[in-house]
Design a protein around this ligand. Structure first.
Ligand SMILES: [Zn+2]
Length: 301
């Protein structure tokens, strides 16, 4: 890889990163684009599946709500649409920034057990498809469909395509955008929730950054990388929201201590007070746009 897959810049610098989540300590080379500040795994290992042990993809079945709770969720959504809020869940915020309606065709890429699709179906959304190449249970469930497919195999058309922390696991961001322009209906929307290199934690800790997650994260954008891709494929950037969590601090500190994420008792490493401080700091970082993950809302022109 000699040029940035996003902006085409040849000004790339290399650095090494270790597998830290499982403590395997294998070393990988990443390239950082000095122009758009995106990070690329230099060479995708042939045995990438080694880094996705079975438990990574052991999807628990989604938690179905009882018909009473389902009814309450539906009512809560109908009230929210009219401006009346009862503890709105995160996905209400996402929906509020999009034009989608209950009849819109929606795809969730890397949907796991389909929990989010189930929640949307309780709110009255009717055309919901979840894609994940690692699914074991597929087919039509009450209210949504789970499909075992790679993102690049999708040919159906959608009004909204969502990536909730799956974008960074798919190779070649430019190819992703190219495919998005094919599978979106005119005026279709994209929601991408992804780690970003705008984060102060990345800038200060580099290879110890919790969300670098070598070698599973194949590409980590900067907000500049997404803006560049949107521009290239005629997407309008409607909104960028930082939604980083306290894990950026404790996870990174854990890796600095040389401890893996899997197998370490986090509650023994950090006190309740420390965790509260991390939480407050995360929301401050989001306001300052220096959190380590963001939510991008895009619309196809
Ligand atoms: Zn670049």
């Amino acid at each position: 890889m000699n040029e940035c897959e996003v902006c085409g810049s040849k000004n790339l610098t290399s650095f090494e990163a270790m597998e830290r989540m499982y403590g395997l300590n294998d070393i990988f080379t990443y390239k950082e684009c000095e122009n758009c500040k995106g990070l690329f795994l230099s060479e995708i290992p042939e045995n990438l599946s080694k880094y996705y042990p079975e438990e990574y993809y052991s999807f628990e079945p989604y938690k179905a709500s009882s018909s009473l709770v389902e009814f309450i969720k539906k009512v809560r959504f109908e009230f929210w649409k009219r401006g009346i809020n009862f503890k709105p869940p995160n996905y209400f915020t996402w929906l509020s920034n999009l034009k989608v309606e209950q009849t819109s065709k929606i795809a969730d890429i890397g949907c796991g057990n389909g929990q989010l699709l189930a929640e949307l179906s309780y709110c009255g959304f009717k055309n919901l498809d979840g894609y994940d190449p690692f699914l074991t249970n597929t087919g039509v469930t009450k209210g949504f469909t789970l499909i075992k497919k790679d993102f690049f195999e999708i040919t159906e058309k959608y009004d909204l395509v969502m990536f909730h922390h799956s974008f960074e696991h798919i190779p070649n961001p430019e190819k992703i955008f190219n495919n998005l322009s094919t599978i979106l209906n005119p005026g279709g929307e994209v929601l991408i929730r992804v780690p970003v290199t705008d984060g102060k934690v990345w800038q200060e800790n580099r290879e110890f950054w919790f969300q670098l997650d070598a070698p599973r994260h194949l590409f980590i954008p900067n907000t500049e990388s997404i803006i560049c891709l949107a521009d290239k494929y005629s997407f309008e950037v409607i909104k960028i929201e930082f939604d980083s969590l306290e894990s950026q601090f404790w996870g990174t500190e854990l890796y600095r201590r040389g401890k893996p994420f899997v197998g370490t008792d986090i509650a023994k490493e950090f006190s309740k007070k420390e965790m509260d401080i991390f939480k407050t700091k995360a929301s401050q970082f989001n306001k300052l746009k220096i959190g380590d993950q963001a939510c991008f809302y895009l619309r196809k022109n």
